[in-house]
Design a protein. Sequence first.
Length: 258
Amino acid sequence: MTRFRHGHATHPQWPMALEIALAQVQGSIGEDDEPHASNLGFVYLSDRYGADLPAIVALLRERTGVEHWTGAVAASICASGVEYDGEPALALMVAALPPAGFQVFSGRLRPPANSEASADGSTRSHTALVHADPALPDLTELIQELAGRTASGFLFGALTSGAPSAYTQVADEAVAGGLSGVMFSSAVRVLSRVTQGCSPLAGEHVISACTDHFLEQLDGRPALDVLLEDLGVRLPARSAGDGQAILNALPPFRRIID
């Protein structure tokens, strides 16, 4: 049985993008698959579709027969081997999980406590996929509280992003703000991977000048000069402004394994 089926597409009109993605999902059903075995859906869509999120969720439920959905709005959408950056797109996946192995949650759908047990004896709240509103003033505290409601203390997920929209998340319906996601029981084995991260290069610096999110000066000096010094790069091309030469001189990234 194919436990996970997915599709993705871009189109100026969301109904067309959804039809293309759904065709990929339906086309991946194998001979041994039950057409309606999936019971949990994931959908991630660009902010260009944000205003139509209620209609999108309703159509997904109608076309797939999957009742429970989670997801979020983002500025860019990634799928298998492709990234949609700055263009209207969506990616969706449907999964077949134990019926008692998950529970969608949001501000209106409270997650179960980690002390609750499922009918199969597993812990109902073992780990969780979380989508969060980056504008929450108490985001850190809310995430810590949610982690405390799981038996493992392990959360994974991301912040919503993109242009402001009336709806930014999916938790069985289109919602906005707060935290939402899926709580998985200990009967569901979850494998997670870190897709991006960072670590400090040197000490602290003061941002002296910037335009939007572009740094221009650090500590009253050109930001590029400070960065190159932190990296230990010494080259004449720095003063010449030869961008390609600077890129070639940067030290290679090293993979650090704990």
